[in-house]
Design a protein around this ligand. Structure first.
Ligand code: PBG
Length: 327
């Protein structure tokens, strides 16, 4: 059987291609940090910065004008930390400012989670004994925060905390307050991964290690065990039933089997998050002269769409048009 005829030149390769990277299906994450003097580069994430209120607007404007990126995912990092009654007004204000500056030209998704808002770096309300997160208390705050973000003008709220029942609570809160048209994207298949490293530097969200000896030291009691794919299915199925519009697999490259399986079994739009550590891995290899970053990123994105993603959240969204035009 001759397969090489179909690989012979770029004309025939163009004609037989099955998967294309669509730059309009990429979402650019942003970190906005309260009280920052100016933008600070995030280690490993070339061209991504911790922004302050002014530099965020400039970055988004440049993305719109120079890179054609109209969809973003916002992470707010307030300077006041708590354990309960989390203050989300700083993040909400950034949403308002973005909406005021760019109107409907921009699709604004807001990450809903408390790891950047808590004294201990966990994603919710830590029980007095410091050994577990309180599900009900966290869910009620997540729902309130989602409403505040919707009121501020978010198109989409995206809970990433991994508490049980948060999708139903958020959907109900939005519906009952006149925001039934706002989207809910659930990080439904979010794994307990080592690939979140650069993000935790950017978002100031590492679980605190010192302190009481029974203090939760990682997120294994709320994020999904990488060895338990059935949990990813059941969690995603539940979130779809509870009213999520978009489901997500996260991280991406090490979880392509999950993405392929779940996107076939659950007929919803699937997002995949190419997380900070996997993005940075490519950048670091390229810095050492071992691979070509542009080609490696495009190859990864191709894999995500091939495995069933409708959209990809990636720190490189702003480079996509340029990189694609060079190929
Ligand atoms: C918040 C959150 C995390 C990421 C997105 N939302 C970190 C975590 O769960 O520790 C990771 C994104 C990335 O690594 O790029 N819970």
């Amino acid at each position: 059987m001759n397969q090489r005829r179909l690989r012979e030149n770029e004309w025939i390769r163009d004609l037989v291609r099955e998967v294309v990277v669509r730059p309009e299906a990429l979402v650019q994450p942003h970190f906005v940090v309260q009280g920052l003097g100016g933008p600070e580069a995030v280690p490993g994430l070339t061209g991504v910065f911790r922004e302050n209120e002014e530099s965020l607007l400039k970055r988004v404007e440049s993305d719109l004008e120079n890179s054609g990126v109209r969809k973003l995912l916002l992470f707010g990092v307030p300077n006041e930390k708590a354990n309960g009654n989390f203050k989300v007004d700083f993040t909400a204000r950034q949403v308002e400012r973005l909406r005021a500056a760019f109107g409907k030209n921009l699709f604004i998704a807001v990450d809903v989670c408390f790891c950047s808002y808590s004294t201990h770096g966990h994603c919710g309300v830590l029980h007095a004994e410091c050994d577990h997160l309180e599900n009900a208390a966290t869910v009620s705050e997540l729902a309130k925060a989602s409403l505040v973000y919707a009121q501020a003008g978010a198109d989409c709220v995206a809970p990433s905390d991994m508490m049980d029942g948060r999708v139903a609570a958020i959907r109900k809160m939005l519906d009952e307050n006149g925001f039934s048209r706002r989207l809910l994207m659930s990080y439904s298949a979010k794994f307990h991964s080592s690939f979140y490293g650069p993000f935790r530097v950017a978002a100031d969200s590492s679980p605190q290690k010192s302190g009481q000896k029974n203090l939760l030291h990682d997120r294994s009691t709320y994020q999904i065990d990488p060895s338990h794919p059935r949990d990813a299915y059941l969690s995603s199925e539940r979130d779809a039933k509870e009213g999520a519009d978009i489901l997500m697999v996260k991280p991406a490259l090490a979880y392509l089997d999950i993405l392929q399986d779940l996107s076939r079994r659950i007929e919803k739009p699937w997002a995949v998050y190419e997380v900070s550590g996997e993005y940075a891995a490519i950048e670091v290899l390229a810095e050492r002269g071992l691979i070509d970053a542009r080609r490696a990123h495009l190859e990864s994105w191709t894999a995500f769409f091939r495995a069933g993603a409708s959209m990809v959240i990636t720190y490189g969204a702003r480079h996509a048009r340029k990189w694609l035009s060079e190929s």
